[in-house]
Design a protein around this ligand. Structure first.
Ligand code: PRP
Ligand code: HPA
Ligand code: MG
Length: 181
């Protein structure tokens, strides 16, 4: 497992500090508002679990599962909903929580899909942003770290469903995925 990692890009300690700041900002911005945090399965689960414990105002949690990457490192471009929200959203302020915004296709799809349900507002929050890879213009409201174009794993992020449990955000050695990016 350690042999598959080229380097630690963002350490668990750095993540912890940044997540605390993000939770404080969200708590300030949504004070007095009915907040529904929408976690995007599976990648966002670790960040979401840490983030909500740094938010000090009342909130509700719900989840959507979407997938576009399959087993590889490149997006298929076609976003599919595998699991939808369980609660109505018309009376809620929605905060989409993602692990990474890469091409932006997933977040763009989620923003359009959720806005069409007429919630009070929709914003986005991600621990990682890879602006160099963007294929579509999409607005990120809360971003943890902006990173270069490496394929990263850990802190919820996977390659072929592996490495999600690593506490640091790590760069995978290209030979692990045959350099296919
Ligand atoms: O900006 P994009 O290029 O669309 O990439 C970002 C999306 O891709 C990953 O999800 P994936 O579809 O791999 O599902 P997962 O969360 O279950 O790993 C990641 O968790 C984001 O949701
Ligand atoms: O760099 C990444 N790593 C893991 N999953 C991803 N989904 C989009 N980009 C990435
Ligand atoms: Mg993935």
């Amino acid at each position: 497992m350690q042999d598959d990692i080229a380097e630690v890009l963002v350490s668990a300690a750095e993540i912890k500090k940044r997540v605390k700041e993000m939770g404080a900002a969200i708590s300030r911005d949504y004070a007095g508002k009915d907040l529904l945090v929408v976690g995007i399965l599976k990648g966002a689960i670790i960040f979401l679990a840490d983030l909500v414990r740094e938010i000090t105002i009342p909130l509700q949690l719900d989840f959507m599962a979407v997938s576009s990457y399959g087993a590889g490192t490149t997006t298929s471009g076609a976003v599919r909903i595998l699991k939808d929200l369980e609660v109505p959203v018309e009376d809620k302020h929605l905060l989409i929580v993602e692990d990474i915004v890469d091409t932006g296709l997933t977040l763009k799809y989620l923003l359009e899909n959720l806005k069409a349900r007429k919630p009070l507002s929709v914003r986005s929050c991600t621990i990682l942003d890879k602006p160099e890879r963007r294929l579509v213009d999409v607005h990120v409201d809360y971003s943890g770290f902006s990173i270069p174009d490496y394929f990263v794993v850990g802190y919820g992020l996977d390659y072929a469903q592996k490495y999600r449990h690593l506490p640091d955000i790590c760069v995978l050695k290209p030979e692990v995925y045959n350099g296919q990016r």
